[in-house]
Design a binder for this molecule. Structure first.
Ligand code: CO
Length: 293
């Protein structure tokens, strides 16, 4: 199945746009068996950006930075969303799922009560670039059955409007339904490609938490310039009705991610994210005893 690209009139009107509350540079780190990445959304921001727990950006032409990949490791209590801009990554998990993630594709995995998986590059050289986002699950869903979906690039709904190509990975934008919908946290995940000077509006309830991450060019949000490789946390200004952004002088690409906060306690120990320490101890014990799927 392929999704035809729609061309839309400019329908959304945002009258009271949000401002940028804060710019965040992220932190260089490595994870898995030594994959170099930038942790953009770090643990201290989990409460502020609820329902999101983590955003990692990776992008390198050097195979030494990615070749070891992420061998077998567990997750419990949340969802991982991997978006590949360039490169090939093979996924295998203990629930029996396997898939190959390629250029422009998304892998959405709901760990639920527990999954052990590996994410390994299927290339010896060339560029590897993409993002991994962690979306929290509400308490009632943390122990649900694991779920998994590969979404090849051609199946990601998208539209063009006034110099903007918008890929709708989750949620809804300008009448286009994304590839994945979630009740409760209502995630919005857009990849926006903007021509120089192009403008984009996205209506959004003021109480939803929202952030941008620029990975090509640069953006203007109201009075604030958002440079390359920065996350902009958008203020939850009471009475605001959305987001307005405009590309600078260069072709620009940015992720726009938003969601309704769960407002539940967050207890994290590495790859386990639950609501209490007792549930974390249980997760560690279940994993050690081989009780994950
Ligand atoms: Co993982």
């Amino acid at each position: 199945m392929t999704t035809e690209t729609l061309v839309l009139q400019d329908t959304a009107a945002v009258a009271r746009p949000r401002t940028v509350e804060r710019l965040v540079a992220g932190m260089a780190t490595s994870d898995g068996a030594g994959v170099k990445l930038t942790r953009v959304l770090t643990q201290p921001l989990q409460r502020r950006l609820d329902p999101y727990l983590m955003l990692d950006a990776f992008g390198t032409d050097n195979p030494d930075d990615y070749i070891a990949g992420f061998p077998d490791h567990p997750h419990r209590g949340f969802e991982t969303v991997t978006y590949m801009i360039a490169g090939r990554m093979r996924h295998r998990d203990s629930a029996g799922n396997e898939g190959l993630l390629g250029d422009g594709g998304v892998q959405w995995m709901t760990a639920g009560r527990g999954v052990v998986h590996s994410e390994l590059p299927e290339q010896q050289d060339g560029r590897m670039e993409g993002f991994q986002l962690w979306l929290n699950l509400p308490a009632k869903d943390k122990m649900r059955e694991p779920w998994y979906r590969d979404i090849p690039s051609a199946e990601i709904p998208e539209f063009n409007a006034d110099g903007v190509r918008a890929r709708v990975i989750a949620g809804e934008s300008h009448g286009v339904q994304g590839a994945v919908q979630r009740e409760g946290s209502l995630p919005l995940y857009l990849d926006l490609h903007l021509a120089p000077g192009a403008r984009f509006e996205q209506p959004l309830p003021a109480e939803h938490n929202a952030f941008l991450y620029v990975y090509r060019g640069g953006l203007q949000v109201g009075e604030c310039s958002v440079p390359l490789q920065r996350m902009a946390i958008l203020a939850n200004t009471p009475g605001s009705d959305g987001i307005v952004l405009q590309a600078g002088a260069e072709p620009t690409r940015a992720l726009l991610i938003a969601g309704r906060p769960l407002n539940e306690p967050i207890a994290q120990y590495g790859p386990f994210v639950m609501n209490s320490n007792d549930e974390i101890f249980q997760a560690v014990e279940d994993f050690r005893a081989g009780r994950f799927a």
